[in-house]
Design a protein around this ligand. Structure first.
Ligand code: XIL
Length: 412
């Protein structure tokens, strides 16, 4: 029963993707080699002839047939300003030192807003982590607030911080339907203009940070709980074909960044993770450049995915040649009625278990929490209730979860 349901989901996602190449061009672009007279004419869409390849072929990438665009005028590559001192990672025992020996990135989501004000927090970030991800600084509403205006200042500040402290950066996020500016959410455009808007956004943002980002979350949260594709904002404007295009545009803008699909709730084995698997497998079979799957891992006491399922999910993605990152881990305490010490111990067990699965999976290369300390966690704002879901408490002091993963990383 469950099996036939899963087969049905995979089939419907596959069919949907199968239609992509056939349907992704607006009719007037269908002729190979024609430069369109797009109303957004500064960024000409180019139609490139399709290579002859069977749907099963996995290479070369199916870039053909995709409309494309140029970055917005005036976008410059991001460069670290000269003569900034590059701080060496500290020798003090830390997560990052232990993780380095295990060939793993450990990271946290952060924001320049508090890093600038809170010296202790920025020291903690640089001491403990060798990767960071902007919590909001690269989201559309911040980085591209008006049609002709990009604001890279907050993203640049974080990339600079990372470089100064020998840290890698995950880019978050290119295609998502939250935290978008009004000009996009309320915009009235033709299909072809929407395509130009999304393409130009991706080319401009990814192009600006070309060579600086270890991995980009190209597409975020596009699958329903039941494994079907969500009717997202971009789905409603462009149909499922925007998915393959987004990855292709990102690849054109940065040939070295790893390109990820990122989601929550598909960490264990369930209809959602089956849908994500079918999606990424379908994209690969079409030759779309995708390198990995981000597992957000927003979880809570008593609700974490079973370790065996997480391992099996990572394993099947490894068989597709895909990298996996734990991208946004936090563990809420608020639904448990136990005393605080018990809750913190259970939280530590969950962190340890997830990291332990990651360490045993050769394709799991990064482990990030969504926020640095409990003071800066998004969870209280999101749920409306106080919580303490991270590795460090409000004062930046390590919690049992921190000590549990240090021990694990140190093989103790
Ligand atoms: C959250 C941020 O933490 C909040 O500050 C913001 O208000 C809303 O978004 N999944 C994601 C993240 O991919 O981008 C979200 O971040 C949390 C859920």
């Amino acid at each position: 029963m469950v099996k036939s349901y899963i087969v049905k989901i995979s089939r419907s996602i596959f069919l949907c993707l199968g239609l992509l190449l056939a349907s992704c061009l607006p009719p007037r672009l269908a002729e190979p080699g024609v430069v369109s007279a797009s109303p957004v004419s500064t960024n000409a869409i180019r139609a490139i002839p399709l290579p002859s390849k069977t749907p099963e072929a996995t290479s070369p990438p199916a870039q053909a047939n995709f409309p494309s665009c140029e970055p917005a005028a005036g976008i410059l590559p991001f460069k670290i300003v000269a003569n900034q001192e590059i701080a060496q990672p500290t020798d003090a025992p830390s997560l990052r030192l232990l993780a380095k020996q295990r060939n793993l990135f450990v990271g946290a989501a952060t924001d320049p807003g508090y890093l600038h004000k809170d010296n202790a927090a920025s020291q903690l970030l640089a001491r403990e982590f060798n990767m960071l991800v902007p919590e909001v600084a690269m989201k559309w509403e911040v980085i591209h607030p008006e049609p002709e205006r990009y604001d890279f200042s907050r993203g640049d500040a974080l990339v600079t911080f990372a470089r100064q402290h020998g840290m890698a950066v995950r880019g978050h996020v290119l295609v998502w339907d939250l935290q978008m500016p009004d000009w996009v959410t309320n915009g009235k455009f033709t299909r072809q203009e929407w395509m130009q808007i999304l393409c130009t956004h991706i080319k401009s943002v990814v192009g600006h940070y070309r060579g600086q980002i270890y991995a980009w979350d190209v597409l975020n949260e596009a699958v329903n709980q039941d494994g079907t594709l969500r009717n997202t904002f971009w789905m409603s404007k462009l149909g499922p074909e925007h998915i393959a295009m987004a990855f292709q545009w990102a690849r054109e803008a940065d040939p070295t960044a790893k390109l990820f699909y990122n989601d929550n709730g598909g960490e264990g084995l369930n209809p959602k993770s089956q849908g994500i698997y079918a999606l990424v497998q379908g994209l690969q079979q079409m030759g779309v450049p995708i390198n990995g799957v981000g597992m957000q891992m927003h979880t809570s006491l008593g609700r974490a995915p079973a370790a065996s399922e997480l391992a099996a999910n990572m394993q099947r993605l490894a068989e597709l040649g895909l990298e996996v990152h734990i991208t946004e881990m936090d563990v809420r305490l608020q639904y448990s009625t136990s005393d605080l010490a018990t809750k913190l111990a259970e939280q530590a067990d969950i962190y340890r278990e997830v990291l332990s699965v990651c360490l045993s999976a050769p394709n799991c290369k990064a482990f990030l929490t969504w926020g640095l300390t409990d003071r800066y966690s998004w969870i209280p704002g999101f749920t409306g209730k106080p919580d303490a879901p991270l590795l460090f408490d409000k004062d930046g002091l390590p919690k049992p979860a921190y000590f549990a993963i240090v021990k694990l990383l140190a093989n103790q």
